[in-house]
Design a binder for this molecule. Structure first.
Ligand SMILES: Cc1cc2nc3c(=O)[nH]c(=O)nc-3n(C[C@H](O)[C@H](O)[C@H](O)COP(=O)(O)OP(=O)(O)OC[C@H]3O[C@@H](n4cnc5c(N)ncnc54)[C@H](O)[C@@H]3O)c2cc1C
Length: 566
């Protein structure tokens, strides 16, 4: 039986409590708005933020002379002609303020002789990335922002509620519908403005660096509310994800910071350096951009020069143990506990889905084409174009989060939400249809698992690093069949903490997001940045345009628009 809905009213609803959502909540509250901050996980503990290890790019100029315009130039160069220049400029300029503000809030940026330490990450022209030792950036940022949220008046924190749909009235957002993961009870929230900060999509790929709730939820919520997405074809594959030997309890992308600090030699199966054969420089310094390195590893494998498990070798054997320990302290012990002695062995690495450049289309105020609907963080597309510089994602979350909260508060403070219960009835009916008449024995958990596993395999094999019209066409048809299978999947499990209900809504989002990525990838008939078409290997100057995806009455549609210039 459907449980009674809980109803809340607020000025600003923030969906997702990673770095972007927490910053948005603090910023909206300091702008005088009442805020409700909702997350499916515990506040500040789901999503990507808490997983991040090291680099946060900002031209604070502590390590070497720097200026935000240089950071901007590097960002634009990496973006291969597709960065929205206005968003990229905001990101680079305001990153400095946000990093200094977090410093005041005692996040704990690593320091030396009183100044913040900064390292050079790939694609950056100077040492620009601050971090927290040892591989502790994400947890420290999450802890710091959780503290700020808790200390700021006017923010109600709600963990364990999944938002399943936004509510729109006359082209403007008026709130959201969700449910309590613990008991399945519906939750409706009336709001004058909503900030979507639900993170990225890499969980829809078989090999990924994702943690919980990274299945493309923000994109699907935005689409169903009538917002446009942009650049959905550009999924970033992190080149040196851990492949072998088995590594338990450690992050698969931890080799990135190792390379910033210590260099490290990337070698093919014949133990030869190879990045220089693909138009980039590397030779121990790790300055080759991520897209080039990922493709180079795939190509070496195609040519029969891969490492035994299908990747490349990464070796720190030439680095003295004292240097390893000075740079990574307790991490070296953890590796030894995993049976990995870096002084004696190379490890195997390969590309994994890691970040999404595309996302919700916003203006400089972070507002979408739906009035009152804002987006922030990895949920936003445009700033990084066709390829993101490492270290640009966390500043994007801080900067866009701060802006989204600030503008949302300024726009809506003190107004009464235009909420009408009937506007939420379709979303509530879908929820009821999935919650009612359930039995403990129905097999939907298995169906959900099978659909999720197939989707991840499909995305990895057909919409991964190397794409063709054929592979994308096959994927698109199968994704649409899976959507019908999910629609018909039987309901089950009336128990408390009913994950099968959550799985159904997660999968609905993931399939819709996967459809958007695949559709956009198929219609971009060129290779550029992270999007490689085997059947269109050249970059086509005529396609130096952003591609949009939207939902129409006839289904998902794509379009083109000029790149935003300053
Ligand atoms: C392993 C790893 C390492 C990384 N390292 C770095 C790095 O060193 N430097 C860097 O710049 N970037 C790094 N990144 C990328 C960066 O961490 C992310 O881009 C950034 O943290 C995104 O922040 P966010 O707030 O937008 O999203 P997230 O931190 O992912 O937060 C999104 C939140 O939304 C919630 N949510 C989603 N859907 C719903 C819903 N329907 N209802 C309610 N809640 C919902 C989730 O539970 C989650 O808590 C890394 C990413 C990963 C995965």
């Amino acid at each position: 039986m459907t449980k009674e809905a809980v109803h809340l009213t607020t000025d600003v609803l923030v969906v997702g409590a990673g770095a972007a959502g927490m910053y948005a909540a603090v910023s909206a509250a300091r702008g005088g708005a009442d805020v409700v901050l909702v997350d499916k996980s515990l506040i500040g503990r789901g999503g990507a933020t808490i997983m991040a290890q090291m680099t946060v790019a900002a031209a604070v100029g502590h390590e070497a002379p720097d200026d935000w315009t240089r950071h901007y130039e590097d960002t634009i160069a990496a973006g291969r002609g597709l960065c929205d220049e206005r968003l990229a400029a905001i990101l680079c300029e305001e990153a400095v303020d946000r990093i200094l503000e977090l410093d005041e809030w005692k996040v704990g940026w690593a320091r030396e002789n009183g100044h913040m330490k900064q390292v050079t990450a790939p694609g950056h022209s100077v040492p620009r990335c601050v971090y927290v030792d040892f591989l502790n950036t994400g947890p420290s940022v999450a802890r710091c922002l959780r503290g700020r949220v808790a200390q700021t008046d006017g923010i109600a924190r709600i963990s364990g509620v999944a938002i399943v749909d936004l509510v729109v009235r006359d082209g403007a957002v008026s709130g959201a519908v969700g449910f309590n993961l613990e008991d399945g009870a519906p939750v409706t929230i009336a709001a004058n403005a909503v900030v979507l900060a639900g993170g990225g999509l890499t969980g829809i790929y078989r090999r990924n660096s994702a943690s919980a709730n990274m299945g493309g939820h923000a994109y699907a919520l935005a689409l169903r509310a009538g917002a446009e997405l942009i650049d959905m074809e550009f999924v970033q594959f992190f080149p040196i994800g851990h492949l072998a030997p088995r590594l338990v309890g450690m992050d698969p992308i931890m080799w990135d910071p190792f390379r910033y600090k210590l260099g490290g030699r990337l070698l093919n199966g014949d133990f030869e350096e190879f990045i220089h054969n693909y138009g980039a420089e590397d030779s121990g310094k790790y300055t080759a951009p991520r897209d080039v390195t990922s493709f180079a590893i795939v190509r070496e494998n195609e040519a029969g020069r891969g490492s035994p498990h299908g990747g490349a070798w990464l070796s720190f054997e030439h680095v003295p143990e004292t240097e390893l320990r000075a740079a990574f302290g307790p991490v070296i012990e953890k590796l030894l506990a995993n049976g990995i002695d870096l002084t004696k062995q190379a490890i195997e690495v390969s590309p994994i889905a890691h970040y999404h450049m595309g996302g919700v289309r916003v203006d400089e105020r972070m507002e979408t084409n739906v009035a009152g609907l804002y987006a922030a963080g990895e949920a936003v597309g445009g700033a990084n174009g066709a390829n993101r510089l490492s270290g640009n994602a966390l500043p994007e979350a801080f900067v866009f989060g701060e802006r989204a909260g600030r503008f949302a508060a300024a726009d809506v403070r003190g107004q009464t939400p235009a909420w009408a219960a009937r506007d939420a009835s379709a979303a509530l009916a879908t929820l009821a249809a999935r919650s009612d008449g359930r039995t403990e024995t129905s097999p939907d958990a298995y169906t959900h698992h099978a659909i999720a596993a197939e989707l991840r395999a499909l995305m990895w094999e057909k919409v991964g690093l190397i794409r063709t019209d054929d592979s994308l066409g096959t994927a698109l048809s199968r994704i649409r069949e899976l959507q019908s299978e999910l629609e018909a999947a039987p309901a089950a499990g009336a128990a408390a903490y009913d994950m099968s209900l959550a799985d159904w809504f997660d999968l609905r989002d993931s399939l819709q997001t996967a459809e958007a990525v695949t559709l956009a990838a198929r219609s971009r008939r060129e290779s550029r940045g992270a999007h490689w078409r085997e059947d269109f290997q050249e970059t086509d100057p005529a396609l130096e345009e952003n591609q949009t995806v939207a939902l129409s009455a006839d289904g998902m549609v794509t379009g083109w628009q000029p790149v935003g210039r300053r």
